[in-house]
Design a protein around this ligand. Structure first.
Ligand SMILES: [Zn+2]
Length: 112
């Protein structure tokens, strides 16, 4: 099992992602990224890759973590009848998962 790491492959690119603060899809800039990919050899090789990205909303400046994974076994049919790798996206904080756990710190009243 070999694993490759490629830093900054998608750093600086922009993408449309659901923002937990804006409550809608907004443009995000990738501040930092690491591409990890690997495979297992043998008669039935298995390939995978995951992009880890720190992204910033261009609407509210909120910073989130996004990972996007594909592998050689999960395929989705396309509209044209071909197959493409299924993409698994995860976002932290979750776009619709309510406020992040640390948000209540924002509401603590300051002592005068
Ligand atoms: Zn936002």
């Amino acid at each position: 099992m070999a694993m490759n790491l490629e830093p900054d492959k998608s750093t600086g690119t922009s993408l449309k992602v659901a923002c937990s603060q804006c409550k809608c899809d907004t443009n995000h800039i990738v501040l930092k990224s690491i591409e990890a990919s690997g495979s297992s050899g043998g008669d039935d090789p298995y390939f995978w890759d995951t992009s880890y990205q720190i992204i910033q909303c261009q609407g509210c400046d909120a910073v989130s973590f996004r990972s996007l994974s594909t592998n050689s076994e999960d395929m989705d049919p396309t509209a044209s009848g071909d197959w493409e790798r299924a993409e698994f996206e995860s976002l932290i904080p979750k776009p619709n998962g309510g406020p992040p756990a640390s948000s209540r710190l924002l509401h603590t009243s300051k002592q005068a």
